[in-house]
Design a protein around this ligand. Structure first.
Ligand code: DHB
Length: 517
């Protein structure tokens, strides 16, 4: 492969023919907006449509908006922060592995205490729609991803600078070629981080305190940003799009409902849902349609095999909790299952401690004695969550899932990314994505390799207790592996919450203040 060919490949099938753009932020080019957060008026300087790479493939997505509280330009402090010390909150707008545009700030009021968060799912609050994904929740953005508007406003009120980048995705297509397939989204977000660091002297905010935020596929990207800082394997891709030649490590990551560890997500899903043969939840994968209500016999067989493969995965992963290496027995029980049980018990206990009423008649899988959660029957709990996907849940045998489409290339829409599904492929001609690209999309491959990646120091990871978009095993293993690597992790399974992000923002931003000040 010649270098020239490689570059065009890395750019997602396009060669660069335009002018190389300057990456210097023009500090004089801005507009102002006044927002009202909890009755408090905040004037904000808006730097918008900033293309963050010098050789863009797609300026619609490779651009970002930066919002700075005006007070910082008048030597004033907010929440103890100054123009040079304010953390930079970086929400991405990625949902469903599709392209996301740069987050925007809507002028106007946000009130009523901390916002409730962005629900991505009709399953929020434990309701169980059956059949197809609900259409048009008001909290969905055009891509089906989390709208970061309210988080952005809340962050500005706390005195953070907000940098909201767009990124290419699996649906980005130009001149008949796909230009946003893996690893484009993470490469773009890294380039956005580099742009901020390159502009440190021109920018308000402290680029050593960048805190990324994302939900679902966007949560996966946030986890990757936090786990792969400065890793050399992304460099050729960054170079090809003209990313600033600087660091792409970040300080902290908010990770909500991460659809991540994709090469092990099929097996994790069946470890959780094997034996649950009804498809009761609605898959939130944008663009997915599933009219099936029960697993077929073939799918039941696949489920059983995948569950066994998860047992093998956990047993060789060497991930520890409380000093013990996590293990699973062939029936799916073992210390890893005990850990999951503890997380669910903790979820319910935290809700109880907040004064939330939990009737065990509604949650027959839960045992509560004198206000203390004493047991969770995992099998019954998993059944109550309900599966929303059929096996293999992410690498479909006919390459029809969102994740298959994420792993396409410039001329191929969809590919496999597990040997299991490739071996059972039902779509003629379907091939497997390059192993190096599969790795670039999986934070688990980098965590704990100190010499290879600069990790974020802090992670806030949340997964909804009723979410069935992936297995709760996925965020739990992510949190555990990060803890094993010595990272500060705040992980919690959020009671009575579906596929959602940016909830519990009061605590989320209190945490930022506790780590950033
Ligand atoms: C998302 C949800 C999914 O169920 C999935 O498989 C991929 C992405 C999302 O909401 O981003």
């Amino acid at each position: 492969m010649t270098y020239k060919h490689k570059v065009s490949y890395y750019r997602g099938g396009t060669t660069y023919s335009g002018k190389t753009r300057s990456l210097k932020l023009n500090t004089k080019k801005y507009t102002t907006k006044t927002i009202t957060v909890n009755k408090q008026k905040i004037k904000v300087r808006c730097y918008t449509n900033l293309v963050y790479v010098s050789k863009p493939v797609n300026t619609k997505y490779q651009s970002m908006n930066i919002y700075v509280p005006e007070k910082y330009f008048h030597n004033k402090k907010i929440n103890g922060y100054s123009k040079s010390t304010a953390p930079i909150f970086m929400p991405n707008n990625i949902g469903g592995y599709m392209a996301g545009t740069a987050g925007t700030l809507t002028a106007g009021a946000m009130s009523g205490g901390a916002p409730a968060g962005n629900k991505l799912s009709g399953k929020m609050q434990g309701s169980k729609p059956t059949g197809k994904a609900p259409s048009g929740s008001s909290n969905l953005n055009a891509n089906g991803g989390a709208s970061s508007t309210s988080a952005t406003q809340a962050a500005l009120a706390k005195g953070y600078v907000v940098a909201a980048p767009g990124a290419r995705g699996r649906d980005t297509k130009q001149s008949g070629k796909y230009t946003g397939k893996a690893p484009a989204a993470i490469v773009d977000l890294k380039a956005a981080v580099r742009y901020l660091k390159f502009n440190q002297s021109r920018l308000a905010g402290n680029t050593n305190k960048i805190i990324s935020d994302g939900t679902s596929a966007g949560g996966a990207m946030s986890a990757l940003l936090g786990s792969t800082g400065n890793n050399a394997e992304y460099k050729p891709y960054l170079k090809a799009i003209g990313a600033a030649n600087t660091s792409d490590s970040i300080f902290a990551a908010f990770v909500f409902a991460p659809i991540t560890n994709l090469n092990n997500a099929n097996t994790a899903y069946e470890w959780e849902f094997n034996g649950v043969n009804n498809i009761s939840g609605a898959s939130m994968t944008p663009g997915a349609s599933n009219s099936q209500t029960k697993l077929t016999n073939k799918q039941k067989k696949l489920s059983k095999q995948l569950k066994q493969d998860f047992v093998s995965y956990v047993n060789q992963a060497g991930i520890k909790a409380n000093g013990q290496t996590l293990k699973l027995n062939s029936d799916g029980t073992g210390s890893f299952a005990t850990l999951i049980k503890k997380e669910i018990m903790n979820s319910a206990q935290t809700a109880l401690n907040k004064g939330i009423t939990i009737k065990t008649s509604k949650y027959p899988w839960l045992t509560i004695k004198n206000g203390k959660v004493t047991d969770v029957n995992l099998t019954k709990y998993f059944k109550s969550v309900g599966r929303s996907k059929t096996p293999p849940a992410f690498d479909a045998l006919n390459v029809s899932q969102a994740e298959n489409i994420e792993f396409g290339d410039s001329t191929t829409n969809a590919k496999h990314f597990t040997k299991f599904s490739q071996q059972r492929n039902t779509k003629s001609g379907a091939t497997m994505a390059d192993s190096s690209i599969i790795k670039l999309m999986n934070p688990m491959a980098y965590i704990g390799r100190k010499s290879q990646a600069t990790m974020a120091k802090h992670f806030w990871i949340r997964y909804g207790e009723t979410d069935s978009n992936t297995s709760v095993a996925v965020p739990t293993l992510l949190a555990q592996k990060l803890k094993n690597a010595g990272v500060d992790v705040n992980y919690h399974v959020q009671w009575n919450t579906g596929h959602a992000g940016d909830y519990d923002m009061t605590n989320m931003f209190m945490w930022v203040d506790s780590i950033a000040k």
